[in-house]
Design a protein around this ligand. Structure first.
Ligand code: ADP
Length: 326
């Protein structure tokens, strides 16, 4: 019978064995023949957690004198840039812009998660082609759903049937938002938050409890939407959340039959309003039937190389500049 290694030696041997497979992420304690190991999984993608755990367990069990191994995994909350995408009123294309901006940011090397907090019309599962996919919870923490476009998603819409209204208010809505924001976002460095339109409970909770780094406001060019957008801007300004800038959506319509460009909702209103309010104008997106059809098919234009992708990519460049300048 081989004698068990003396405790100090066993601890050193386990540390060395584990260090070889866990690259400085493991802390080891050995008690008799059992090892307790803490692995810091901060910054690792969720899919990498089980493999590192298996490697560490195998390495520790291979050490002479170790009969049992207990492993715990921890992650410190990584520094993530939380960006709110807001609008004063519904139907201005806020969710469309949020989905495309998320993809365009991802194309620029950001690791992006998207939180769809629009309780009035959670449309991101459809826009990103993952309708019907339900997120699971592990240890009570929600695991975001991967989309075909390289970003992860959690949406209020994933918890109700598509035709069911979400009658959440106050604490319930706030609790749901907290679970989405504090989910297992893995190595995501940027979280985009698609807010409901207006200035209600969700916006206030988000500002108070989750403190975004900045907000992007989406508006159509016409006056009515701009008046509402100005209110949304004011909410962030009053709360001390920097407004990254204003995006004008549905600006200019190119007739698919004759090519003539008309401006059913006016033109340049958002740029003028941005200048008046002293905030940046991030760009203009045309009213384009290709944007609507691609969005309905779960293929956001920013994921492709069509001409309608360009405006989203130019806006993403400005947002990345803003993030980098922080
Ligand atoms: P919101 O989130 O502000 O309520 P959505 O993003 O759901 O708005 O957009 C409302 C509708 O307008 C959707 O059918 C969407 O496909 C369409 N849409 C949004 N932006 C454009 C655009 N630039 N061109 C054409 N259709 C658009």
């Amino acid at each position: 019978m081989t004698a068990a290694a003396p405790p100090d030696n066993a601890a050193t041997a386990v540390e060395a064995a584990v260090a070889a497979v866990a690259a400085g992420r493991a802390t080891v304690r050995v008690d008799g023949d059992s090892a307790r190991i803490m692995i810091d999984v901060t910054g690792l993608a969720n899919d990498d957690h089980a493999p590192i755990e298996a490697r560490v367990r195998a390495a520790a069990l291979a050490v002479e004198g170790i009969a049992s191994v207990r492993i715990a995994m921890t992650a410190s909350r990584p520094a993530r840039t939380l960006i709110a995408v807001a609008s004063g009123k519904g139907g201005v294309g806020k969710s469309t812009v949020a989905a495309n901006l998320a993809i365009a940011l991802q194309r620029r090397g950001r690791r992006v998660g998207l939180v769809d907090a629009d309780i009035h019309g959670p449309s991101q599962p459809k826009l990103l082609g993952v309708e019907g996919t339900k997120p699971v919870a592990r240890d009570k923490v929600l695991q975001p759903v991967s989309t075909p476009h390289g970003i992860s998603l959690l949406s209020m819409g994933q918890f109700v049937a598509p035709d069911q209204a979400i009658a959440w208010r106050g604490l319930k809505a706030a609790g749901a938002l907290g679970q989405l924001v504090d989910a297992a976002w893995g190595d995501a460095d940027t979280l985009l938050l698609d807010l409901p339109p207006g200035t209600g409970d969700i916006q206030l909770t988000m500002i108070r409890s989750h403190r975004p780094a900045g907000a992007v406001i989406v508006s159509t060019p016409q006056d009515l939407a701009l008046i509402d957008a100005t209110r949304a801007i004011d909410l962030f300004v009053q709360a001390g959340v920097p407004v990254i800038g204003l995006i004008e959506n549905m600006a200019g319509y190119a007739c698919p039959a004759c090519g003539a460009v008309s401006d059913p909702f006016g033109r340049g209103g958002a740029e003028t309003a941005a200048a008046r309010l002293g905030i940046a104008f991030l760009g203009r997106i045309a009213l384009d039937i290709a944007i609507r059809t691609a969005s309905d098919d779960g293929q956001p234009p920013a994921a492709g190389n069509g001409p309608e992708a360009l405006a989203f990519h130019q806006i993403a460049d400005r947002v990345v500049d803003w993030i980098d300048a922080r």
